[in-house]
Design a protein around this ligand. Structure first.
Ligand code: FMN
Length: 442
C-alpha cells in the first residue's frame, strides 16, 4: 500500500482563511507559526508549507480585503521554525522571477544546514508587472519566458549546491587547510544568468533541497516533469486528480525519470464533525464565514472584471456580461483564474437560475468548497482512497483557521490513517527527501 504524504499549509491568504473568526489568531506572530508547525510535527507530517506573495493584492485600487495582511519572509520564518522542530520538513515558496540564483541558493542551503536537511523550495514564477513594480527594473517577464528563466534558475542553483563536494570541507587544524582548492568554484554561462565565482556554503545535508512546483499550464507541467520533486496541484477531486496524475506520469517518463520520482500533492481543505451530518453543518457554517456579503461581491468582480459594488449580494447576477479586455484587470497581484470569462459566466447564470440562487449563495456554491467533509473515519478513508487510486500521493492541507485549524485533524484523523498502516507513527528519517521516500542527494 502506498504511504500517504501530508503537509500543513499555513493559510495566511485568500478568503479560505477566516481571519474574522473570534478563534483566529495572528498571521505574523511567531507563536502562530510555532503552534501550527508543532501540531504538524506531533501528527508526524512530512512538511510545513508557506505560500508567498511579493505585493499585497489590490482590487478596484484598494488593498484586497480578502487577503490577510502580512506576508513575512518565508525563509526567515522557516529558519525560526527549524529551531523549535526536529523532523518536520520546512518548505518555502520563493519565486524565480525576482530573485537571483546565487542569493537564493545560499539562503536555501543555509536553511538546509540549520534544519539538518529539512529544507524545501516551492519554485513559483508569479511575474505580473504589478508585482514587478516592487523590484529592480520593474522585474517583469512574459509568461513564456518565466519558465525558461525558472528552469535555468533551478539548474543554476543546483550547480551552486554541487560546487562543494562532500570532501571539500577539510577543516584540518594540523595542516591549517580549511577547504580544498576546488571548493565552491562555479561558472554558469547561460541565457538568463552569466555568473562565476565561489559559493559560500559548504554542501548541505540534502545537497539538493526538495523542489516543488505549482504552476498549471503546459509550460508549468513540463518544468515540473523535468526538474521538480513534488507538485502542489489544484486537482484534488478524484477523477480530475487521476487525469492530472496520468498526464504528469507520462511527462515524467518522457523526461527519462523514474516513476514515483515526482510526488503529486493537491491542496486540500477539510471540515470535521462527530457524524457526517454534523460535519456538513460545520462545512456550511465555514462557507458562509468565508463568503461574507462583501466577499461575495469581490469574488463576483474577479470573474466579471467590473466594479459591481452597487449590486445587492442577496440579489440576482448582473445582466451585463464580464469585461474580457486583456489589458484591464480589476484585480492586481493574482494569477488569472478564469480562462474563458464569458463561458464561466454563462455557466454561473444557468446554475443561479436552476437553483434560484442570489449572488452570495451562488458564490458559495461555485467557489472552492471543502475537499473533505465528514466524520474523521470518512475523511481518513477518502484521503487514503485518493492516494491508493493514484489521484494523488498525498495532500497539502489548508486549514481555515490560523493557528489552531489543524489540531482536530491531527488528533482525530491521523490516528485512523496510522491504524490503516498508510501513515507513519514515528519518523523513520531525518530529512525532507527521506520523508517523501526520495533519494537523498547529500
Ligand atoms: C496550487 C498553486 C499555488 C500557487 N502558489 C503561489 C504562491 O504561493 N505564490 C506565488 O507567487 N505564486 C503561486 N502560484 C502561481 C504560479 O507560480 C504561477 O505563477 C501561475 O500559476 C502561472 O503559471 P501557470 O500559467 O503555469 O499556471 C501558485 C499556483 C498554483 C497552481
Amino acid at each position: 500500500m502506498k504511504q500517504v504524504i501530508l503537509a500543513a499549509h499555513f493559510p495566511g491568504v485568500n478568503n479560505q482563511t477566516v481571519w474574522s473568526d473570534p478563534a483566529s489568531g495572528s498571521q505574523i506572530d511567531f507563536a502562530s507559526f510555532t503552534h501550527l508547525a508543532r501540531t504538524a510535527e506531533r501528527g508526524r507530517f512530512d512538511f510545513f508549507f508557506l505560500a508567498d506573495g511579493q505585493r499585497l493584492r489590490e482590487q478596484r485600487g484598494r488593498i484586497h480585503d480578502l487577503d490577510v495582511v502580512g506576508r513575512p519572509d518565508s525563509l526567515t520564518v522557516l529558519s525560526g521554525l527549524a529551531a523549535v522542530t526536529t523532523h518536520l520538513g520546512l518548505a518555502a515558496t520563493v519565486n524565480a522571477t525576482f530573485n537571483e540564483p546565487y542569493d537564493l541558493a545560499r539562503r536555501i542551503a543555509t536553511l538546509d544546514h540549520l534544519s539538518g536537511g529539512r529544507a524545501g523550495w516551492n519554485v513559483v514564477t508569479s511575474s505580473d508587472a504589478f508585482t514587478g513594480e516592487n523590484f529592480r527594473r520593474g522585474g517583469y517577464l512574459d509568461h513564456s519566458q518565466r519558465y525558461e528563466r525558472a528552469e535555468e534558475f533551478v539548474r543554476t542553483t543546483r550547480e551552486l549546491w554541487d560546487s562543494w563536494a562532500a570532501e571539500d570541507l577539510v577543516a584540518d587544524p594540523v595542516t591549517g587547510t580549511f577547504a580544498t582548492r576546488e571548493a565552491g568554484a562555479f561558472a554558469h554561462r547561460g541565457t538568463h544568468f552569466d555568473i562565476g565565482g565561489r559559493f559560500t556554503v559548504p554542501r548541505s545535508p540534502q545537497r539538493h533541497p526538495l523542489t516543488i512546483q505549482a504552476g498549471d499550464s503546459d509550460g508549468g507541467r513540463e518544468f515540473a516533469a523535468a526538474t521538480a520533486d513534488a507538485i502542489f496541484s489544484r486537482h484534488g477531486r478524484p477523477a480530475e486528480g487521476q487525469a492530472f496524475y496520468r498526464d504528469i506520469a507520462a511527462r515524467v517518463a518522457a523526461h527519462g525519470r523514474a516513476p514515483g520520482s515526482l510526488k503529486i500533492l493537491p491542496g486540500a481543505t477539510f471540515a470535521l464533525g462527530d457524524t457526517d451530518a454534523e460535519a456538513q453543518e460545520h462545512a456550511d457554517h465555514i462557507r458562509r464565514q468565508q463568503v461574507s456579503p462583501q466577499t461575495a461581491i469581490l469574488l463576483l468582480e474577479q470573474l466579471w472584471n467590473r466594479d459591481l459594488s452597487a449590486y445587492d449580494p442577496e440579489g440576482p447576477l448582473p445582466e451585463i456580461d464580464p469585461d474580457v479586455s486583456e489589458d484591464r484587470s480589476i484585480i492586481k497581484g493574482r494569477a488569472g483564474m478564469y480562462r474563458d470569462r464569458l463561458k464561466t459566466a454563462a455557466e454561473w447564470r444557468a446554475l443561479a437560475e436552476q437553483k434560484r440562487l442570489g449572488i452570495r449563495d451562488l458564490i458559495i456554491e461555485v467557489t472552492g468548497r471543502q475537499s473533505f467533509i465528514g466524520s474523521p473515519a470518512r475523511v481518513a478513508e477518502e484521503i487514503n482512497e485518493s492516494v491508493q487510486s493514484d489521484a494523488a500521493d498525498g495532500f497539502i492541507l489548508v486549514p481555515h483557521l490560523t493557528p489552531t485549524g489543524l489540531d482536530e485533524f491531527v488528533d482525530k484523523v491521523v490516528p485512523l490513517l496510522q491504524e490503516r498502516g498508510v501513515f507513519r507513527t514515528e519518523y523513520g528519517t531525518t530529512t525532507l527527501r527521506g520523508h517523501l521516500g526520495l533519494e537523498n542527494n547529500g
